[in-house]
Design a protein around this ligand. Structure first.
Ligand SMILES: CCCCCCC/C=C/C(=O)SCCNC(=O)CCNC(=O)[C@H](O)C(C)(C)COP(=O)(O)OP(=O)(O)OC[C@H]1O[C@@H](n2cnc3c(N)ncnc32)[C@H](O)[C@@H]1OP(=O)(O)O
Ligand code: FAD
Length: 666
């Protein structure tokens, strides 16, 4: 039986100070009591699976051992999940996502199977193709990944070099990787795990190029797992993080697949080689839109993990005296520490709230596309790009800030902050590089501005441009609603400036594309400002909406958090607000005081707020952030697991140090 330890006294006191019902907030964040119960039940089952307990911490394993251990545990996890789902309902994707961390400790080699392979079959396959592949994929009789990026191209996917040439005689596609730069590079699980993948390749029929399309390709023998003839596949080696994701490379040499393996929900190739265009060629990019939406939710969770670790640690850690003769203070009582940490809590809430409405918008577009309607697709694309870019970037900054807030101990692998940073920072690049996605949104914003100038009706997320053109700037008030309008004014002003900059370059004789490049720093700034306005507006609206359905004590705390988020970003972007809105120096001075007041109001609830994220110790994997706050004991216990502490004298002493020291004495 596991030993039950006493909870750290500071944490006990912190929990007593809390002014709201922690459980109520957990239910709200999870999306309902039932979801929380399902999650806890599943996590509890996993906790008791003996085979999932690691004897040696993963960091001490070799690259190969770490991977093999991850595959072993992922298979157990999948079996436990299957048993669970046989008896009860299918687990929600978010609950599965969370539980995965308790088992794998890093990124699962099956990440891409569930995250992109299965969704691409659903999103890009015809009903017949779904009937053929989905049951096998869902049951994991086949394991797959999403192979799009190549050594030579990740961003510019129209430039992908893998070819799929149709042979009407045999009704097959012939896949080839003509150059080293055509090799697929990065797909998770591709290295040594998967036997199938979605390959994105340039379609050729009778010598004519028809653009990129997705194909289902079996790459390994189902029995021996050996690469099939014509396939060259392997692992790309160690990375900054993602140690167990098993990212791989893949090349094709005259590799044939049947015609039916091209996913044909959008465009089709008929038996005789006739190409049938889809409603919109960009629908081929559909899986990326879905994953970008999901990354907003991932960012919320990673921020919550880091906040939980750093806030609990800050409550337990005492360092320095505020006043002579008084005991050393809990570091959470330093205002600078609260400044680093409380924004982490509020940011996680901002992203969760944003994900809630963005996911609904995504579902609506999917439903519309089913009816051949695509009016809202450009807006969704623009929103998913800038919100993915901003949420992943902010999460990276917040996780690093939380690490710094933990001082030296935050640098320990056992704090788990380095691993969390590893997967947070990866998300800034994958699924559309940060700058590139901001520029995609900017492209939409330029069109929206043009439409606003022409007096057209705009989509809801950019409707503020019309208001901005029509009205005089609103008189400034330090209320959340007016501040959000201020963020919209900043965005509108920057959008106008970027638009004017392009026009200026065009008038000076530049091509539009060159003018775009010359204005692109302004374009990404406009896109960032738009994201912030969207985040603040959505977070505020969702908070107002939920506040009416929760207890008054919880509503008050949620209100403090949203205000903190808005005031924090007002002060961070005060320069922009001074340029583009009616805010004055005096308003900023008042907001500085307001910010300090909000920190003080949140202070008693800080530990309760991170407890409400309800992230179990098994998921957190942190010596600094565990629920019981046994920080120092855990740091020491983990240190004792180092293989270097298993023998009184290491052999290197006899081999190298001793002779070296002896020589030095002579
Ligand atoms: C949750 C678990 C899973 C986690 C998995 C994590 C592992 C990581 C996986 C990966 O990274 S998979 C690989 C992801 N790769 C990318 O994201 C590539 C990024 N590049 C692109 O998306 C595109 O190349 C581009 C940058 C959008 C440019 O595409 P293209 O050159 O074809 O377009 P443009 O000529 O610039 O025209 C743009 C035109 O098309 C519209 N558009 C672009 N993308 C979409 C879309 N997804 N949906 C709808 N519409 C789209 C865009 O708005 C432009 O429209 P107009 O302005 O011309 O009207
Ligand atoms: C951990 C991880 C996991 C991944 N998993 C997968 C996977 O499972 N499947 C898969 O297919 N791919 C995967 N990828 C690949 C990923 O999608 C690409 O790395 C990403 O899309 C960026 O492309 P790139 O690497 O070609 O960067 P590049 O496009 O070469 O970017 C380099 C620089 O050029 C700039 N740049 C490029 N184009 C423009 C432009 N038009 N305007 C302005 N600046 C530009 C960028 O901003 C960046 O600063 C993964 C990547 C990582 C890091």
């Amino acid at each position: 039986m596991a030993t039950v330890h006493k909870i750290n006294e500071d944490l006990v006191k912190e929990r007593q100070k809390c002014t709201f019902n922690v459980q109520e907030l957990t239910y709200l964040l999870d999306g309902g009591e039932e979801v929380t119960k399902e999650r806890r039940e599943f996590e509890n089952i996993l906790r008791n699976v003996k085979e999932l307990q690691d004897e040696v911490p993963e960091v001490y394993l070799s690259h190969k051992e770490r991977y093999e251990n991850a595959v072993r545990k992922t298979c157990i996890l999948q079996n436990v999940r299957n048993d669970f789902e046989k008896k009860r309902e299918v687990l929600s994707p978010r609950n599965i996502f969370r539980a995965g961390y308790a088992v794998i400790k890093d990124v699962s080699p099956f990440f891409l199977h569930n995250g992109m392979f299965v969704p691409t079959i659903i999103g890009q396959g015809t009903p017949e193709q779904q009937a053929e592949w989905l049951p096998k994929a869902k049951a994991m009789a086949i394991i797959g990944t999403y192979a799009q990026t190549e050594l030579g191209h990740g961003t510019f996917i129209r430039g992908l070099e893998t070819t799929a040439t149709y042979d009407a005689k045999t009704e097959e596609f012939i896949l080839n990787s003509p150059k080293v730069t055509s090799y697929k590079w990065w797909p998770g699980g591709l290295g040594t795990t998967v036997n199938h993948c979605i390959t994105v390749a340039q379609l050729y029929i009778n010598g004519k190029k028809y653009g990129i399309h997705p194909f289902i390709v079996q790459i390994r023998d189902l029995e021996t797992h050996k690469p099939l003839p014509g396939i060259k596949v392997g692992e790309i080696g160690p990375k900054m993080g993602f140690a167990t994701a098993n990212n791989g490379f893949l090349g094709f040499q005259n590799f044939r697949i049947p015609r039916k393996n091209m996913l044909m929900k959008n465009a089709q190739v008929l038996k005789d080689g006739t190409f049938v265009k889809g409603m919109n060629e960009k629908l081929t990019y559909g899986t990326m839109v879905m994953v970008r939406v999901n990354i907003v939710s991932d960012s919320a969770f990673h921020t919550a993990m880091a906040a939980t670790i750093a806030v609990r640690y800050a409550a337990v850690r005492h360092q320095s005296q505020l006043k002579a003769k008084e005991p050393e203070v809990q570091i959470i009582d330093y205002l600078t520490q609260q400044h680093k940490l409380f924004i982490a809590i509020a940011t996680s809430h901002a992203f969760s709230n944003t994900y809630t409405w963005l996911y609904q918008a995504y579902l609506k577009v999917v439903e519309d596309l089913g009816k051949q309607k695509q009016d809202h697709l450009p807006e969704l694309h623009a929103l998913s790009c800038c919100l993915k870019a901003t949420s992943s970037r902010d999460a990276g900054v917040i996780v690093e800030q939380c690490r710094l807030a933990c001082g030296g101990h935050g640098y320990m692998a056992s704090s788990n902050l380095p691993i969390i940073y590893g997967y947070t920072t990866a998300a800034i690049t994958y699924e559309g590089e940060h700058t590139v996605l901001l520029l995609q949104t900017a492209r939409y914003l330029m069109k929206a501005w043009m439409s606003a100038l022409e007096g057209k009706v705009l989509a809801p997320s950019v409707a503020y441009l019309v208001d901005w053109l029509k009205s005089d700037k609103q008189r400034w008030q330090n209320t959340p609603e007016v501040i959000v309008k201020g963020f919209q004014h900043v965005a509108a002003g920057k959008i106008k400036d970027a638009f004017d900059a392009i026009q200026k370059h065009v008038k000076a004789g530049k091509d539009y594309e060159d003018a775009w490049n010359l204005a692109s720093v302004q374009l990404i700034k406009a896109s960032e400002a738009h994201s912030r306005a969207i985040l603040c507006d959505g977070y505020l609206r969702e908070t107002v909406r939920t506040s009416s359905s929760v207890s008054p004590s919880l509503a008050k705390v949620l209100n403090h958090l949203v205000q903190l988020y808005i005031v924090y970003w007002t002060l961070e972007t005060a320069g922009d607000l001074l340029v583009y809105s009616n805010i004055g120096k005096d308003d900023i001075a008042v907001l500085k005081e307001k910010y300090e007041e909000l920190l003080a109001l949140i202070r008693p609830n800080a530990v309760g707020l991170v407890d409400a994220f309800d992230i179990s110790d098994e998921i957190l994997q942190s010596t600094l952030g565990s629920y019981d706050g046994r920080v120092y004991e855990r740091l020491m216990e983990e240190a004792m697991k180092s293989p270097l502490n298993k023998e009184p004298v290491n052999q290197s002493f006899h081999k190298y140090l001793k002779p070296f020291i002896k020589k030095a004495k002579l």
